[in-house]
Design a protein around this ligand. Structure first.
Ligand code: 5GP
Ligand code: MN
Length: 317
């Protein structure tokens, strides 16, 4: 029996949590567990708590049952934490972790701190959804659950493009296709489609990007006043850092956006050499070898300077 199944033994209530500002793997993995539990453990009352996810994930079954407010008394027999490398990533819903009778963490971040009572962390897996697939029984995976898992995998692999894509990833994706998921629509509508303003800020970020370190690094930043001008939020920033990363000659890409004055959310990507999880961890964040993030304070100049010092160290190794 998998750790997911054993963790659910004799449990009456379960809460499912992900990380703040949830991405496709986060929403996909939370709703995959939600659907799987509804189907295979009907005796367990399951609730998903997340920051409001982007509307583009509304095709996932259970999307409208996601709760976005922390209850006064956060209690559950089991707290399942997904796609979150450390306790703080759980954001507003962290209280559940300490109140719950037991916790199970399922993740794929190399920087995972092992904060659950039980932890299933596979840093070689493309996505949390890939880790979850192994914890589920094949016959218990409905088409709805498969759609959630497939969504997580395509988002964290950039549609099977990034180096975290393995033979196993493709085999799992094939098994999920066999469940009847509409993969063309999922890929097109949840990964590639962007709103007009999202395209506009992408264009602006590219236009204002700056190459440095002999063209090996690139950075761009969106300030709060510009985000307000276009009417965009953190949910609209997906994909910008990827467009920076694929610039000819670039090894490492940095994208920042201003959360509050002098406070920046940092996204880092690399191609072959730089371990950006080390850079992000150094500044209190985390992630993967080729994709990581953190939050930093100071002027744009200071933030980029501090980041580039750590990056340049690795470029010289
Ligand atoms: P993104 O740049 O897309 O926001 O994040 C890239 C990867 O780094 C994701 O796997 C994400 O979970 C992780 N990550 C981003 N920001 C943080 C952070 O502040 N702390 C930690 N621990 N991980 C982060
Ligand atoms: Mn993930």
């Amino acid at each position: 029996m998998s750790l997911l199944h054993t963790a659910l033994e004799n449990k009456k209530t379960a809460v499912v949590l992900g990380h703040m500002n949830p991405d496709g793997d986060c929403v996909g993995s939370c709703l995959a567990v939600y659907n799987y539990l509804k189907d295979c453990f009907p005796q367990v009352e399951v609730t998903v708590y997340l920051d409001q996810p982007a509307e583009k994930y509304a095709y996932l079954n259970g999307f409208y049952e996601i709760r976005t407010e922390m209850p006064e008394n956060p209690e559950a027999d089991l707290c399942i934490c997904l796609d979150s490398g450390d306790r703080d990533r759980l954001g507003d819903f962290l209280g559940f972790l300490d109140q719950a009778g037991e916790s199970l963490c399922v993740d794929h971040h190399i920087t995972n701190t092992g904060y659950g009572d039980k932890n299933v962390v596979d840093a070689d897996a493309s996505s949390t959804c890939e880790v979850l697939y192994d914890l589920m029984e094949e016959e218990g995976i409905s088409k709805e659950t498969a759609e959630c898992l497939y969504t997580g995998i395509i988002h964290d692999t950039g549609v099977f493009q990034y180096s975290n894509t393995s033979i196993k990833t493709m085999e799992i994706a094939g098994k999920l296709m066999a469940k009847g998921v509409d993969f063309s629509t999922i890929i097109s509508d949840s990964f590639y489609r962007k709103t007009y303003v999202q395209k506009q800020i992408l264009g602006r970020a590219l236009l204002e990007s700056i190459l440095f370190c002999d063209g090996k690094c690139i950075f761009s930043v969106l300030r709060k006043k510009d985000m307000e001008f276009y009417g965009v939020t953190s949910k609209d920033m997906g994909g910008i850092v990827e467009q920076l990363r694929t610039t000819d000659g670039v090894e490492c890409a940095i994208f920042l956006y201003e959360k509050t004055p002098q406070e920046f959310k940092v996204s880092l990507r690399s191609n072959k050499q730089v371990d950006v999880s080390r850079v992000a961890s150094y500044f209190g964040g985390g992630g993967h070898v080729r994709a990581a993030g953190c939050t930093m304070n100071g002027s744009i100049h200071d933030v980029v300077n501090n980041l580039s010092k750590q990056i340049v160290k690795q470029l010289g190794e």
